[in-house]
Design a protein. Structure first.
Length: 212
């Protein structure tokens, strides 16, 4: 099964929009996302990578942003986004178009699905002083650590029980290191712990600060 077929099946089998509205750990990510963008100029040019059916792009549109677009590898997701009159193209985020530059690029819950996130490509697509917004799940709460010891399982095993398409199990430090690897620096990092049984989330804002 190639990547496109894999993500087509993923799109058909998961209710991502429902999960983001009903699950506590996803709700915290949505709140953080809105909190970040309410301080951003609505004329900013924003690209959402692996945007799915456009959940986060819809939020931006409702916040008054017009210059927004997304990329996703799943045709079912792209079709659903287009039905909402969102500008979403079928494409691989590992090959971000280099013909445009963006003020902000968002990667919401996607790095954990990739062996090597395309940090270099993202950086090239950002304007100088452009920002990268990333969220990932982490499994570093006391409960998660205790469960690993009790069950004698690894962190990645724990992550893949949650979602078998996860290839990485992040810590906040690991994500910060990846985000700062290619000419960016971390502006802020926040970890959200909605409850002892919930999956924690980390949100990182990276700033592109190297010359083109």
């Amino acid at each position: 099964m190639d990547d496109e077929e894999k993500w087509r099946a993923y799109a058909q089998g998961r209710l991502l929009e429902r999960n983001r509205l009903t699950m506590e750990h996803h709700q915290d990510v949505v709140k953080a996302y809105v909190g970040f963008f309410q301080e951003v100029d609505t004329n900013s040019k924003v690209l959402d990578l692996a945007c799915g059916a456009g959940f986060f792009l819809e939020i931006l549109r409702n916040l008054g942003f017009a210059n927004i677009q997304g990329i996703d590898l799943s045709m079912p997701f792209v079709q659903r986004a287009k039905e909402k009159n969102l500008r979403v193209d079928l494409g691989n985020i590992m090959q971000i178009p280099s013909t445009e530059e963006f003020d902000i690029i968002t990667c919401m819950e996607i790095f954990e699905h990739l062996e090597r996130p395309p940090i270099e490509n993202i950086y090239r697509a950002l304007k100088p002083q452009g920002r990268l917004l990333v969220t990932v799940p982490v499994y570093d709460s006391f409960l998660h650590k205790w469960q690993r010891v009790r069950r004698r399982v690894s962190k990645i095993h724990q992550a893949q029980e949650h979602d078998p398409t996860h290839l990485k199990a992040y810590s906040k430090e690991m994500l910060c290191q990846e985000v700062t690897a290619d000419g960016t620096r971390t502006l802020s990092s926040n970890e959200y712990r909605p409850g002892s049984r919930s999956k924690n989330r980390v949100l990182i804002v990276g700033l592109s600060n190297a010359p083109k």
